[in-house]
Design a protein around this ligand. Structure first.
Ligand code: PLP
Length: 412
């Protein structure tokens, strides 16, 4: 079954994408390179199986083996995150958030989450997303001077808004989130605390970022970012919430689970339980720190002055560029980033004043502090002279040399 490649139209493009990933330095903070075993699990006949329901309570026959794989996955999720219960079926982070909000409150209820302009995710109240359509979202942001969350301000807002759900977690916040303080505020105003740990799930699994699990009623995540699993979502919670969560995931938000992806999630969670995953988490953070320090030494402003996790927001207006221009200039030298709003940005989202950079993928390739210093130098060289052909040619040559020295799959 493996190795069948008859459809040349499709495989040609798949090969091009795999070659692109090997050739470019991947700095998109929400991406990673999974292991070959995670990819292999996704390419199996488990995709053929309908398994609506949960292990032991399915709406279809023939589920004996997929029941076992889902049980393995749930057990590993509970072990990795120290939670009483887990639901591993969400097809994506957004669907995990859909199910969590459906469990924690009713349509029309008030939810207080992080402002999308300051790092919150679309599923935290964007007017066109289910969250913004069905719930009354209000938002907290970072302070203008420090560009940090101020928990006193979050408390004031929570008292004002009186939300049913207080939502913590972000797509572009580079500092440690104080889940204990969020829990205290939620308690004070009688709200349920929901944490979306999509970005930092791998760091939490590695024990290098505080865990929200002891504090939140429900914690959601994606499995494909720092956790380094297949594209998908997952929810962990206590025994008190699992009944609602299981029913809001299925039949609430989804039909049949993707059993091939659940097998791949189980493989990734097995990897996260290995001692070397702790080392990986530690290296991701160390690499991010060294990269941000290198950029600062080259007079590039980093939002909030640095990072505690896997990502940083680079304010490229300090170099007279907007985010789209910086993204394009870096793309031309095979460094992949994404333009991103910075707090209190005056630019529209399609231009933005920043680029978001993350170290999860390059750390997976084995790059370390020495490569971070070189990488910071290349980014600064390009942002200093985005139209200089000779800079571009030199940096591209050096990037190619490094990506060849750190292959993603061929050496594993
Ligand atoms: N939550 C956060 C904080 C995210 O950053 C993301 C994705 O970037 C998601 C949820 C949504 O994940 P998905 O793209 O799988 O729907």
């Amino acid at each position: 079954m493996t190795g069948v490649r008859r459809d040349s139209d499709v495989w040609k493009v798949v090969d091009l994408e795999c070659e692109r990933q090997e050739r470019q330095i991947e700095l998109i903070a929400s991406e990673n390179h999974t292991s070959a075993e995670v990819i292999a699990a996704m390419g199996t006949a488990l995709t053929n199986k309908y398994a609506e329901g949960y292990p032991g309570r399915r709406y279809y026959g023939g589920c004996e083996h997929v029941d076992t794989v889902e049980d393995i996955c749930r057990d590993r999720a509970k072990q990795v995150f120290g939670s009483e219960r887990a639901n591993v079926q969400p097809h994506s982070g957004t669907q995990a958030n859909t199910a969590a909000l459906m469990a924690l409150c009713e349509p029309g209820d008030r939810v207080l989450g992080m402002s999308l302009d300051h790092g919150g995710h679309l599923s935290h109240g964007h007017p066109k997303n289910f969250s913004g359509v069905f719930y009354k979202f209000s938002s907290y942001g970072v302070e203008k001077e420090s560009e940090l969350l101020d928990m006193d301000r979050v408390r004031e807002l929570a008292k004002e808004v009186q939300p049913k759900v207080l939502l913590a977690g972000a797509s572009a916040y580079s500092r440690v989130i104080d889940f204990a303080a969020f829990a205290e505020i939620a308690k004070e105003v009688g709200a349920h605390l929901m944490v979306d740990m999509a970005h930092i799930a791998g760091l939490v699994a590695a024990g290098v970022h505080p865990s929200p699990v002891p504090y939140a009623a429900v914690s959601t995540m994606t499995t494909h970012k720092t956790l380094r699993g297949p594209r998908g979502g997952m929810i962990v919670c206590g025994a008190d919430w699992i009944k609602q969560i299981n029913s809001t995931v299925f039949p609430g938000a989804q039909g049949g689970p993707l059993m091939h992806v659940i097998a791949a999630k189980a493989v990734a969670l097995g990897e996260a339980l290995q001692p070397n995953f702790k080392e990986y988490g530690r290296a991701v953070i160390e690499n991010a720190k060294v990269l941000s320090e290198t950029l600062i030494e080259r007079d590039i402003r980093i939002v909030s002055g640095g990072t505690d996790n896997h990502l940083m927001l680079v304010d490229v207006s300090s170099k007279g560029l907007n985010g789209a221009e910086a993204e394009n200039a870096l793309h031309a030298v095979d460094i992949t980033t994404n333009k991103n709003l910075i707090p209190y940005d005056q630019q529209p989202p399609m231009k933005a004043s920043g680029v978001r950079i993350g170290t999860a993928a390059i750390t997976t390739r084995g790059m370390g502090v020495e490569e971070m210093r070189r990488l910071g130098g290349w980014i600064a060289d390009v942002l200093d002279a985005p139209d200089d052909e000779s800079v571009r040619a030199r940096v591209l040559g050096e990037v190619t040399e490094v990506t060849r020295a750190f292959p993603i799959y061929s050496a594993k």
